[in-house]
Structure formats: C-alpha cells, structure tokens
Design a protein around this ligand. Structure first.
Ligand code: FAD
Ligand code: SIN
Length: 524
C-alpha cells in the first residue's frame, strides 16, 4: 500500500488519552494526526461520571492517595508507577483546567466527592456527574483547532519495519478505502475492551482494538484476567446499559435486596463503600440467592432538587425510565466496566516494540494492579500521556522496557464445528457467562477452547464490525486464558474453585505473539 502522508505522531483514538497527548505534542511543535473510528467524541471518556481523583483537598496528601491505590490493587500494583500517578496528579489537573475544563466548586473552592476505598474526599467532578463530557468537549474543541483529525477512520494494522513501528494502515469506513500513514511514533489510545462482554457500561467503540493490534505486532499484553465489574448499572430491557455512579453511594446511597434487606454490612465493614470487586460480588451473590435480576439502590433520603443538582445526568436518565430517585429505589446490577490489563508499558508509555507507545485504558502501566480504585483511570490517562510526550522530547533517553523474561502465547486450535464464524453476540454471551464475575476451571476451559476455535473461523474483515469482532475474540481469549492459568482469587479475578489469594500468584501473566519474539509459557 502506498503512503498517504507522514506525521511525527500518529495517535489512534480520540478519548481523553489520545486528545490530551495530541494537544501536548502539538504544543511541542510536532505534526500530529489523530485517527478515530467513530465521531470524535465517541469514547468512554464522554460517559465518565464520578470524576477524576487527585489529592488536592485540605488534609489530603499524595501519600494517602498512593496508599489507597496500592491497597485496592490487591498486591499487584507497580508501586513506582502508582507513586508517579499520585504525585503528578495535581499538575495534570492544572493542565486540564488550562485546556478549559471547568471543575465544580463550592464557595470558591474545588468541590471534592467521595468514592469507594478512598480514605478522603478527593474526586474532582464537573457538571455534577458529567465530568467525562466536560473533559471530552474541552479537549476536542482545542484539538480541532490545530491537530489533523480523521473521524470514521479505523486503525487496522500497525506496520512494523526493521523491528520498529513505522506506520499504520487504516480503513476509512465512510469512503470504504484503505490508507497508510507513516509515523515517527505510533500512539495507541484506543480505550478498553468492555464490549467483549454482554453486559457493559462501555460504549460501542470499546472493543479492545488497541490490545489486539499491539498483540499482533509483537507487543506484550499483561493482566487481561483483571476486568473490573462495576457494581451498579441500570440494565433495562432493550436499552443501553447506564451507569449509576459510585459517587451516589459516596453521597450515602445504600444497597438492598429485592426483599428489602440491607446486605453490604455483612460483607465488609466499609459496607457500600467497600472496593468495587467486593460490592460487585456481593450483589452477584444476593441476586443469585433471591433469583432476582437486580438489587436496589436507595438514595430516597435526598430531595429531587438536591439530586438534580448533584447528579443531573443520572437523575434525568432515571426519570426518563420512570424511576424518581427521590422516591424510588433504583434497580441495579453489575456490568463489565474497566480493563485493568492491556498493552504492557513502562512509566513513559513505551512498549517493547520500538516506536510504539500506548496510553490510557488500552495500556497497562501497573497502577491499578488487580483492582482499580475509582476515578484513577482518567487520572492515569493524563499522567502517563504527559510523560509519553516528555519522553519524546527529553534526552537522554530513559531505558526502554525490557521484554518480559517469560511470556505465554494464545493457544492455536483448528476451527471447530462447521467452521462458521461466531456473531459478536455469541462471543459476548460466552465471555459474560464463563469469564465473568465468578469463574471456575470448567467454564474457563470451555471458553478458551471455543474462542480459540472461533478465532480460526474469522474471515479477513471487510468492515468495522468485522475488525471489532476480531478484536473482541482476541481480547476474550487473552482474558480467558489468563484467568484459567491464574489459580487463585485476587482483586477483580474471582475463581470459585480457588477462592483465596495465593502468594505464589503475586505476579503478572504476560502474553506475546509467538511469531514475533521467542516465547515460553510463564509469568513475570
Ligand atoms: P476512550 O475514552 O475509550 O477512547 C478510545 C478512543 O479510541 C475512542 O475515540 C475510540 O473510538 C477510539 N478507537 C478505538 N479503537 C479504534 C481503532 N481501531 N481505530 C481508531 N480509533 C479507535 N474513570 C474515571 O477515572 N472516573 C470516572 O468517573 C469514570 N466513569 C466512567 C463511566 C463510564 C460509563 C465508563 C464506561 C467509564 C468510566 N471511567 C471512569 C473510565 C474512563 O472513562 C476510561 O477509562 C477513560 O475515559 C479511557 O480513556 P481513553 O482515552 O483511554 O479511551
Ligand atoms: C463511577 O462514577 O462510578 C465510575 C467511576 C470510575 O469508573 O472510576
């Protein structure tokens, strides 16, 4: 394929990670192309409700934020990366303010919300519960001014030449054309993979494309067994899943069974503000015990006017669904929400493929370990996107990440059954049922075999849905195979056949494509 143009940086994705990185690189004088497969603001970012964590309040400290982050991560947090996250937070918030983000304030001071497993109120929010929308719109209007942005343009392949990421091939879904862009540096900012599950808070675009593209290009993928399930989503028949922010529990909402029993205190002293994995599993258990499709979230001690001011989006959405939060309990159930794993990077966004950087939810910097602390995701995107741009412009070069000592590869099986490729719905049902909130060997084995067989049936993609199907199959396989190997329970990964954490498993599972580097089964 001939080249269509060359840029210093080609960024894939237009959520907070991609746009922030593009803006910062332009400020340094780089030529930047952003390609994004939908409209510019189709991204998880615009849906973020609770806010962004930073220890900027009186009496709070980066050290406390770090301690909470490490504790939530259940033994797998990279402490150096988490230290950077918490100590660089305030500077990155200042950048966002400089880029036009208006955080909520009370009496002239920034308003700080509370979320689960944070020891202080340290969540900055905007428009009440519209933090992500405020950030996405501020960054996209700035980026539109002097960054080249191609919407409806899907990255389909990273071109690696002489061992270095040199270009990307894209598919223009409107013109139905393939193109190639040369890149000094390729940056993947493609977000998470929640769409590999049947029930997810993630938007359509979150199909794990960056992880699949990076794996195919020889980069290492790590921690994919750790999917965060958000405890409280509103799941109504025929309607998109809608998140009911943890900040609602931060303001005092309590959880009840459909029979009216408040159940969280019996699971954890922190009750409704226990870490997400604990609350999600407790809800899952109560739903099973009462054969109910949901539990109930109660914030009826707040007035309609208070709710409309603090949670305007959520309050409005519920009202439209016939639920008045000031008088009615909200039916909620868990949903796949966040991909803790991703492409393995160092603290400068570098992968093991020279010239290929990954930022945002698609990356695994190690700050979340086995369980992300609420509102640390938006923060991670800007902290590490900033460092990525710094890395490009600040000699001397820090050492690039060393390849993992050992890495697994996905198993190869011949196509099964009659060789018919799966539908996306079939893939999502399988991962939800077998690689979901509670896992066990039998179900995971079934998922790994079925997904490996399906992988062999997939035709060369000819449209966006075809590329996305390939991505969710790859991500599903990475998640299922890692979950099967990890014979313990830790953070968001729960095995009913191994319900306790095992010290021997206090390590990471790394996957690397066998055709690109020498590989042998193992862990880091
Ligand atoms: P995204 O914002 O998802 O952007 C990814 C971009 O990549 C999109 O533009 C997409 O179209 C594009 N893309 C993907 N594949 C391709 C491809 N092949 N080619 C071209 N483009 C591609 N985190 C918090 O910290 N606080 C919160 O309050 C919070 N609330 C949340 C609420 C919801 C409902 C959800 C879903 C998530 C929430 N999160 C929250 C998580 C947080 O929003 C995300 O982790 C974060 O926005 C990810 O940003 P990102 O830029 O990495 O990815
Ligand atoms: C929420 O508002 O509950 C989501 C926060 C997050 O995912 O960090």
């Amino acid at each position: 394929m001939t080249s269509d143009a060359a840029f210093d940086l080609v960024v894939v994705g237009s959520g907070i990670a991609g746009l922030y990185c593009a803006i910062q690189a332009r400020e340094r004088g780089a030529s930047v192309l952003v390609v994004t497969k939908g409209a510019i603001d189709e991204a998880s970012t615009r849906h973020a409700q609770g806010g962004i964590a930073a220890a900027v309040g009186p009496g709070d400290s980066a050290a406390d934020h770090l301690r909470d982050t490490i504790e939530a991560g259940a033994g797998l947090v990279d402490e150096e990366a988490a230290r950077i996250l918490c100590y660089e937070a305030a500077d990155r918030i200042a950048d966002l303010v400089r880029y036009g983000v208006r955080f909520d304030a009370t009496d002239g001071a920034v308003a700080l919300g509370r979320e689960a497993a944070h020891s202080a109120s340290r969540i900055l929010h905007a428009g009440g519960d519209s933090t992500g929308l405020e950030i996405e719109l501020s960054l996209s209007s700035l980026a539109r001014r002097d960054v080249t942005i191609l919407e409806h343009t899907l990255a389909e392949r990273i071109v690696v030449e002489d061992g270095r990421a040199a270009a990307i091939e894209v598919y223009d879904t409107a013109a139905r054309e393939h193109r190639r862009y040369e890149a000094g540096t390729v940056v993947l900012a493609t977000g998470g993979a929640g769409q590999m599950y049947r029930v997810t808070t993630n938007p359509d675009v979150s199909t794990g494309d960056g992880v699949a593209l990076a794996y195919a290009s020889g980069a290492e993928v790590v921690d994919m067994e750790f999917t965060q399930f958000h405890p409280t989503a509103l799941v109504l028949p025929g309607q998109p899943v809608f998140l009911i922010s943890e900040a609602v529990r931060g303001e005092g909402a309590q959880l009840f069974t459909t029979q009216g029993e408040r159940f969280m205190p019996k699971y954890d002293d922190r009750a409704e503000l226990a870490p997400r994995d604990i609350v999600a599993r407790a809800i899952h258990r109560e739903m099973a015990a009462s054969a109910s499709a949901h539990v109930l979230l109660d914030i009826t001690d707040r007035s309609g006017s208070w709710l409309a001011a603090r949670f305007p989006q959520i309050y409005r959405h519920c009202l439209a669904a016939g639920i008045d939060m000031s008088t009615d309990r909200v039916p909620v159930s868990p949903a796949a929400h966040y991909t803790m794993g991703g492409v393995r990077t160092n603290t400068w966004g570098e992968t093991t493929v020279p010239g290929l950087f990954v930022v945002g939810e698609a990356a695994c910097t190690g700050v979340h370990g086995a369980n992300r602390l609420a509102s640390n995701s938006l923060l991670e995107t800007v902290v590490f996107a900033h460092r990525m741009v710094e890395r490009l412009y600040s000699p001397p070069d820090p050492a690039p990440p060393a390849p993992a000592r050992t890495a697994d590869a996905l198993m190869l099986l011949p196509p099964g059954g009659d060789g018919t490729p799966p539908t996306a719905t079939q893939v999502r049902e399988l991962t939800w049922d077998r690689v979901g909130i509670v896992r066990h060997a039998e179900g995971l084995r079934e998922a790994t075999v079925q997904l490996a067989r399906w992988a062999g049936t997939l035709p060369e993609p000819t449209d966006r849905r075809g590329y996305e199907l390939r991505s969710i199959v790859t991500c599903g396989r990475l998640a299922a195979e890692a979950a099967l190997r990890r014979e313990e329970s830790r953070g968001a990964h729960f095995r009913s056949d191994f319900p306790e954490p095992a010290e021997a498993w206090r390590r990471h599972l790394v996957f690397r494509h066998p055709g690109t580097f020498a590989s042998s089964p193992g862990v880091e």
